[in-house]
Design a binder for this molecule. Sequence first.
Ligand code: SF4
Length: 250
Amino acid sequence: MRWTERQQALLGAMQVRPWPAGGVLPVATAPGSVAPAPAPVPVPVPVPAAAPLAAPPPVDTAVRTLDWPALQAAVAACRACDLCEGRRQTVFGVGDPKASVMLVGEAPGEQEDIQGEPFVGAAGQLLDQILAALGLARGQVYIANTLKCRPPRNRNPQPAELAQCAPFLTRQIELVAPRVIVAMGRFAIDQLLASDAPIGRLRGQVHRWREVPVVVTYHPAYLLRQPADKAKAWADWCLALSLVNDDTTS
Ligand code: SF4
């Protein structure tokens, strides 16, 4: 891979050294009645068992057959988990619906909840820088999250929420049919690979979601906290891009 002067400048701004040209990377959840005086004695009465909480309606299995407009409408109307109560709006996804590269993040944050688009805060700006350094514009990839609604106070997604929302992401991947998926962060990795292995152990290999190659990397928000790991992330991105044009991965 050869880097243009603009790409090298962008990498410099991110404090990342360009990957060496031609470099090869390894592929690899009643009161009772009251007694008379002298003293009232309450008589216990049976307390009826509490009625079970109503389970939220599951995401319709028909999701697997929806086209883009119907899928987006289904997400916008979804109330399958409690996250629907606190959202301003759902955050569906953005980009080229037929992109070769699909990025999967975790869950909407405050800005995403406000704007309805994934990766629009500080982490999103870093993601845009990474993409630009790779010669890609945001509109040339497809970006989606594992959850379409913001968890309160940006807490971690819960296993039940991830399970309820999974059919939407699955259908998005099916519709995009990307040549490579980049899983950014713990929850995207859990969702796509069903693995709880540390990211550091999963990096540098090519995994599979069904038949689609998956490369794992750090979430841009993590890189903002741990800039020393940007170089590792850059290697991950280079690995992912190398697979786009590699016919042996398809
Ligand atoms: S997070 Fe997903 S499953 Fe839960 S309400 Fe939002 S769209 Fe539905």
